[in-house]
Design a binder for this molecule. Structure first.
Ligand code: XIL
Length: 378
């Protein structure tokens, strides 16, 4: 049959509307079909849910997420500072809503994250008097945090980003407070603690720029060492905060192959494709990075030119071709958000720009890149 699934969906949706069969099986089937169904034999397709989507119960966006995706990650609401703000009790409101939504929709639920140097109150790294905390006491705090969080959602959260961003781009340990106080062993310890609490959860090390050779090699060596030492690590998250111009897909492919060789599953954890001019040398996702706003750095306020929209669609296509080629190594492909209106890249690393990195536009309509990804599965 030459008719594409895309036109079939479009046509049946139109037919259903014309015939007024709102509740018929066909209308329901059309409603339920999303990109996740096209890729169901390859890997899960996920998205990140923002705290505001959850707390304001953004019905339009949540309905879109339920139709299109079968995996979810909390964009912010499970981070340390959100769950356990300085001097306050644990606040589970948004995190509970997140897990409930995932369960209701039968989704693969990812916890993000347990141990990170960002979005963690500074006092975590201090003793009661505000001085330097001892290694033992920081270890206890870490143990307490992981235990509380993982046990609350035991059996509900399928995978945890256990440690986030512990490696520098040049292939060395990041000198974070965790590293400086506990030593490099903090990573293995975090994995052991998480595994002791929920031995069935899939445990991930997550980082950005995993395509760059120095960082890739360092992470792969760490994984191999962990495997030898019996550290319970099951996956590595490639964040994939990419730009429209790079890195080349050959580097992405090399990382997928190297991770499989080290015996872990690859997770694409935070995919987005920045279309705005880059004013710095290296792509980075280090969240503290800031640059000044100038109008030249924000050229698409009124909309994305057709040729850039096409370039973005092609970029998504080349990236997904590599994922498809290595689908056997990939557990899921998660985008860092659903619609361009909510992407963190409107504010990172320059506040207040208009970016277009995701698959749905500001009106929640699928973009050309989305259809290009469906076409790959025709
Ligand atoms: C980002 C969120 O999207 C923003 O809303 C927040 O202000 C900063 O963090 N790597 C990660 C994610 O692991 O948690 C970050 O998320 C993006 C970079």
């Amino acid at each position: 049959m030459s008719i594409s699934r895309r036109s079939l969906i479009k046509n049946s949706a139109i037919a259903a509307v014309l015939l007024g069969i709102k509740n018929s099986a066909i209308a329901k089937a059309v409603e339920r079909t999303g990109i996740k169904d096209f890729y169901k034999d390859d890997f899960r397709i996920g998205t990140a849910l923002s705290t505001s989507t959850l707390m304001k119960n953004n019905e339009a966006l949540l309905a879109l997420v339920a139709r299109e995706f079968n995996a979810i990650t909390p964009e912010n609401c499970m981070k340390w500072e959100a769950l356990k703000p300085k001097d306050k009790e644990w606040d589970w409101t948004a995190a509970d809503k997140f897990v409930e939504f995932g369960q209701k929709n039968n989704m693969y639920i990812v916890g993000h994250n347990l141990v990170w140097h960002s979005q963690v109150p500074e006092d975590v790294f201090k003793n009661e008097k505000g001085g330097a905390i001892s290694k033992e006491n920081l270890t206890l705090k870490m143990q307490n945090h992981i235990t509380n969080l993982v046990s609350r959602y035991k059996g509900k959260i399928h995978a945890w980003d256990v440690v986030n961003e512990a490696v520098e781009d040049d292939g060395s340990w990041r000198k974070s407070p965790w590293h400086n106080i506990m030593g490099e062993n903090f990573i293995a310890q975090a994995f052991h603690i998480a595994n002791d609490v929920d031995s069935k959860a899939h445990l991930i090390y997550n980082d950005y720029n995993t395509e760059s050779p120095a960082k890739r090699n360092f992470i792969v060596d760490m994984v191999k060492r962990f495997k030898k030492q019996g550290v319970p690590i099951h996956g590595v998250g490639m964040q994939e905060h990419l730009s429209i111009d790079g890195p080349g897909v050959a580097e992405i492919e090399a990382t997928l192959i190297a991770l499989a060789g080290a015996g872990v599953r690859a997770h694409i954890t935070e995919l987005d494709v920045d279309v705005l001019p880059s004013v710095w040398n290296l792509p980075t996702a280090e969240v503290s990075t800031r640059f000044e706003y100038t109008p030249e750095r924000d050229p698409y306020i009124k909309g994305l030119p057709k040729n850039t929209e096409e370039k973005l669609a092609k970029r998504y296509e080349e990236i997904f071709k590599v994922y498809l080629k290595h689908h056997d190594k990939i557990e899921r492909v998660t985008l860092w958000g659903t619609a361009d209106s909510e992407t963190w890249l409107n504010d990172f690393p320059i506040r207040g720009r208009t970016n277009y990195p995701l698959l749905f536009d500001r009106k929640l309509a699928p973009k050309p890149a989305y259809f290009r990804l469906l076409d790959l599965k025709k």
